[in-house]
Design a binder for this molecule. Sequence first.
Ligand SMILES: Nc1ncnc2c1ncn2[C@@H]1O[C@H](COP(=O)(O)OP(=O)(O)O)[C@@H](O)[C@H]1O
Ligand SMILES: [Mg+2]
Length: 512
Amino acid sequence: MCNRTTSTMTGGARRRPLRAGVIAGLVALFSIVIPVLAAADDSLPSRKQVLLLSASLWESYRWHIVAVVGLIGAQGVLIGALLLQHGRRRRAETVVRERLDFETLVSDLSARFVDLRGAEVDEGIARGLRRVGEHLGLDNALILEFSADDRAVHLTHQWTAPGVPSPRPSMELDRFPWSVERVRRGEIVRFSKLDELPEAAAVDREELAALGIKSVVGIPLAAAGTAMGVLTLSTLRRAQEWSDDLVQRLEFVGGIFSSALLRQRGEIELRKLRRDLTHVGRVATMGELTASIAHELNQPLTAILSNAQVAERLIDSGVDAKDLREIVSDIVADDKRAIDVIHRLRAFFKKDDTNQRPLDVNAVIQDVVSLVRSDATTRGVSIDLELEAGLPVVLADRVQLQQVVLNLIMNGLDAMRTSDDRRLAIATRVSADGVVRVSVSDRGSGVAECELPLVFEPFYTTKPQGLGMGLSIARSLVEAHGGRLWAQNNSNGGATFSFTLPLSKERPSSSG
Ligand SMILES: Nc1ncnc2c1ncn2[C@@H]1O[C@H](COP(=O)(O)OP(=O)(O)O)[C@@H](O)[C@H]1O
Ligand SMILES: [Mg+2]
């Protein structure tokens, strides 16, 4: 389309000098033909006195002079027209080139944003704003988002030209009532000079003038029918014309940014939801463990009490400090044990984002087993560990992995309530396909074949006090780690729940 415009323009300009050339040619022709015609008239009547006057230069060469001047004039016109046409073509070429450059920039942006993950969106937008701002020679390219209470806009992404002061991080909406109303309706706000703003925008104009803004285009960023914010491009040091063509392209850029922001918000929401759900599941599982936790804490606390009582008696009987020291160090050790239990519980209850690190699965299992062992003992269940030595590390979140293992163990204990043979086996090994495989086998009731696919469904439970969320959360956690979780019935009774985790390429972290 752009090319066609150029060629029409060039053709039009070429026709005018042509016409000038034709006129100049005609003038030259007449200047030669007329003197010849005049000279042909020499038939004078007889006896007429002829007075010969010597002709002036002008009289002799009048037509030649006229012709030469005409020719020079025509040439001048021709050269002028050519120069004019050249200038016009240069300008048209520049416009087309700039438009093409911007077009390339926009399509490049759009291509880059297609597979941008939520975490990369902010950086991508910042880069996009800079490219647009620099390309158009602007002073500011910003994204302002409406606050949750809808009373202000917050600066979320920005690019500012060097030497231009940074804009404020947030502004109240009532300072720009006219502009805000239009943006909310999904309309573009645009002006090249403040004078272009209508009388109704007097408040906006005053505020913009105070901010030193000369020209602005504000593109609403749409989210589910309403504007979540605005892409604002402005100049402070000069006026900028915002052609329809340019605004149309900027609108497209705004669309790219807003869909990326929406995607990012969705991902954040989903992560939060998953975190809340996982936390609820963990708290629920912990609820089942209260007896075990009480026991874990009770042991060191009882030991501390009896040691302290012994120390009291020894002090009364006037024993020397050396004997006391041993008792006191026992008290310190027991206290540390109690603190350790509390630390572990606190870590487990914390509502944290995923924190995947290289982990030793065997160590995580031993941790969880130490937490449930007394509960198992109370229920008459023995726990056998068949942990493969030197297991390669996996990349996993410690608390989430604990949660998965704990859920499987608790379900196994529940399933053996009425069994005679109450044994729970937890095994780890590396599979041939290069993943770590964990399995928890019980000798309980097993799962009815038709219910095997159901047990992972949310809210599916066969227990009077059950939530039915344990396995569904466990499966989503395992899958978030790139693994699988499934159930099988054992040939000799009971069920085995197994899950896999991909190996990590890193070494285990000591702190993890
Ligand atoms: N080891 C197991 N043996 C037999 N059935 C099981 C076992 N683990 C889970 N189930 C079945 O799957 C259901 C869902 O388990 P889960 O999601 O952990 O929820 P909840 O434990 O709250 O019922 C249980 O109610 C039970 O019927
Ligand atoms: Mg459960």
